[in-house]
Design a protein around this ligand. Structure first.
Ligand code: SAH
Ligand code: SF4
Length: 356
């Protein structure tokens, strides 16, 4: 997937090594990202010998689909196999009035940044199996292109909320975002991309200092160190005060609203106290709160609170002066709980003979 890891300057450099003029870079990028060509032989304005050289050196291999779930106008989850046979998940959330409660033309792709995750949050399927490796920039961009082609419609929104912790694969993530954002690349506005992090303070601070107007979502899931420590080991390294401070820095630098993701877990973080504190944190930062009833994950015991309890939590947060929504639609396992499909597949592959 190196072909999708290269920025314009990289192509210019590679081409000059091949004794080719720089303008070929623009031609190649136009084919890859504007016309979405997936074969070198289709790039008819490149000389045939160059096409041959390029196809030998930079094979274009779309991500291999292993499994797909969901269909039609609902969410579709794709399980992809990478060149080294590792599995990742990508989710397509099509424009759907039913999902957003209002007419929306947002076609969102939820992208993975790593194979597995090292952070081991206690409710999350992605971390259950540990961390395998970082995705390359090309594998990140490749998910966008592949799902776009499979979905048949142009995607206009990206959330880095798939498997893995994007801030722990920071360099490749930024390289991928550069390609997705650039006018010579995909050309998607940075405001249409959201990075979700469990709270890696150095990444948040670094991103705050970048000119890129990419959006930030914080997986908070607890309004105190006590609760966060119970379910998110990352909080021991970057406690809440440090995290909120870095968030304040982000908001100040970018002049943007950030989002707090808060999954509701029965008898754990769903108390009125947590709701009040959460509201206070959000109000201070002008952050928006997304409440998400947690999904059950095979092998983990957490349950979501019943609906009246969810609604009570929401109303306490709102009374606390914060802007909050509760995800209530059916099939709400949409982008959340990524990693489950892979986990199921890993299990069934382990039990059965490999397909090839
Ligand atoms: N590592 C990053 C991004 C990937 S997780 C992060 O943690 O933010 C994407 C979102 O899915 C996070 O908000 C995560 O907390 C949430 N999630 C994980 N397990 C879940 C579950 N069982 N139910 C609901 N949401 C879950
Ligand atoms: Fe990793 Fe995010 Fe899952 Fe935590 S919630 S284990 S950081 S993917």
């Amino acid at each position: 997937m190196e072909v999708y890891s290269l920025a314009k300057a990289d192509w210019e450099e590679r081409l000059s090594l091949l004794g080719e003029p720089r303008f070929r870079a623009g031609q190649i990028l136009e084919w890859l990202y504007k016309r979405r060509a997936s074969r070198w032989e289709d790039m008819t304005n490149l000389p045939a010998p160059l096409r041959e050289k390029l196809s030998a050196e930079f094979p274009i291999a779309p991500l291999e689909i292993v499994r797909e779930s969901g269909s039609g106008d609902t969410t579709r989850k794709f399980l992809f196999r990478l060149e080294d046979r590792q599995l990742i998940e990508t989710v397509l959330i099509p424009a759907s009035p039913a999902l957003y409660g209002e007419a929306s033309d947002r076609r969102t792709v939820c992208i993975s940044s790593q194979v597995g995750c090292a952070y081991g949050c206690k409710f999350c399927a992605s971390g259950l199996d540990g961390w395998k490796r970082n995705l390359t920039a090309g594998e990140i961009v490749g998910q966008f292109l592949r799902v776009g082609a499979l979905g048949g419609e142009r995607i206009n929104n990206i959330v880095f909320m798939g498997m893995g912790e994007p801030m722990a694969n920071y360099d490749n993530l930024l390289r991928a975002i550069g390609i997705l954002n650039a006018s010579w690349g995909v050309g998607l506005g940075a405001r249409h991309m959201t990075i979700s992090t469990s709270g890696l303070v150095p990444g948040i601070r670094d991103l705050a200092a970048q000119p890129l107007q990419v959006r930030l979502a914080i997986s908070l899931h607890g309004a105190t160190d006590e609760i966060r420590n119970k379910i998110m080991p990352v909080n021991r390294k970057y406690p809440l005060a440090q995290l909120l401070d870095a968030c304040a820095d982000y908001v100040r630098q970018k002049k943007q609203k950030l989002t707090f993701e808060y999954i509701l877990i029965k008898d754990l973080n769903d108390t009125p106290d947590q709701a009040r504190l959460l509201a206070a944190h959000a109000r201070k930062l002008g952050a928006k709160i997304n409440l998400i009833p947690c999904n059950s994950v095979e092998g983990l015991d957490w349950e979501r609170p019943d609906e009246p309890r969810q609604i009570e939590f929401l109303s306490i947060v709102r009374r606390g002066g914060a802007d909050a929504t509760l995800r209530r639609e059916k099939g709400s396992d949409i982008a959340a709980a990524c990693g489950q499909l892979r986990l199921q597949a890993e299990k069934s592959f382990a039990q059965s003979k490999p397909l090839n």
